[in-house]
Write a protein that binds this ligand. Sequence first.
Ligand SMILES: Cc1cc2nc3c(=O)[nH]c(=O)nc-3n(C[C@H](O)[C@H](O)[C@H](O)COP(=O)(O)OP(=O)(O)OC[C@H]3O[C@@H](n4cnc5c(N)ncnc54)[C@H](O)[C@@H]3O)c2cc1C
Length: 351
Amino acid sequence: MNNTFVVDVAIAGAGIIGLSLALELRQRGLSVTVMERGQAMSSASWAAGGMLAVNDPQNPPELMPLCVSSWALYQKYLDRIESLSGQRVAMRTRRTLQEPKLGRISNALATTAEIAELAPGLDPSGHSFEWLEEGSVDPNDLREALPASVREAGGILLEATEVLGVEATAGGVLVETGQDRISAGMFVNCCGAWSGSRRWGGVPVEPVKGHMANLRCEPSRLSCVVRTPAVYLVPRGDGRVTVGATIEHAGFDETVHEPQIKAMLDSAVRFLPEATIPSPTDGWIGLRPGTPDGLPILGAAKREHCWHATGHYRDGILLAPVTARVMTQAMLGETPDVPLETFAPSRFDSW
Ligand SMILES: Cc1cc2nc3c(=O)[nH]c(=O)nc-3n(C[C@H](O)[C@H](O)[C@H](O)COP(=O)(O)OP(=O)(O)OC[C@H]3O[C@@H](n4cnc5c(N)ncnc54)[C@H](O)[C@@H]3O)c2cc1C
């Protein structure tokens, strides 16, 4: 017979957003169950480059307050995950060389001598770069440590448990899974690229596919992120340099296409000529949760007691700490550190 569990908050989706929110809610004393239809941290949150790209010129300007707040929270967020899980989650880089958009140079350009110090393997010819004080993490580190930290903090994480539906009850919701039922005071949709399902009330989230791949290079030859309009390179400090990423509107197709990988790696090797391309290539894909205006969807859903925390598109790794913070504040009836009107699900009511 199916059991019914009672909790304060039920979360669908154990990517970085659902798990970081669970951690923050536990810190505030709420009981939390996270349901994941596959394995925790195995979708976009694992596939990502892990750049904490606060100053990416591709980001919509409205995103800046969230980016800045999240970056300010990041080191403490990693420390908390490390201390709960007992696993190391390092900031792998602390500086970025970014090729600015034409006519939009806001920082001093990097000199040849400066580039030679942190990126002696980089061939910058024909390009100019500015320095940014930005970090990066390896999502593989978070894949192990974040679920462990949620469990250690007292959260319940149910893997291989698909949420099939959510029904309103007096004062809360009843969450249906293939196995058990969860009776909760609140429900949060953290289903990433799958958040647009009618099950959750139909927010306009669409998958945006990205191919990624690893190069190999002697670690001392590149120790900062390099970001250009065509390609980015994220050194992990152990010989891997992660290269990304294509932007493809291909529905839920999760096939890895070798020509896309090859083109991306060729373009990266032009910047890092000493790097070698593994054979067979070491490539993968992920589905970003995209929204029509490129901004996340954070706040109360139309359905009572239900919330959305999704649509983080290219920045969910960066935005996880601030999302956890402001969502918790909003759900507890407090004033969020960053005003959420711009990100409210209701902005799509007339879509
Ligand atoms: C190629 C690529 C590169 C990226 N690079 C960066 C980067 O450098 N920096 C950065 O900040 N961000 C980056 N991103 C974006 C970032 O990865 C995402 O914004 C972030 O991972 C979204 O997290 P999430 O938890 O919302 O989604 P996900 O990690 O996709 O998790 C959602 C989870 O919900 C589960 N789920 C779905 N439906 C159900 C259901 N019915 N019941 C139970 N579970 C369900 C899924 O199985 C999945 O595990 C990148 C993304 C991609 C794809």
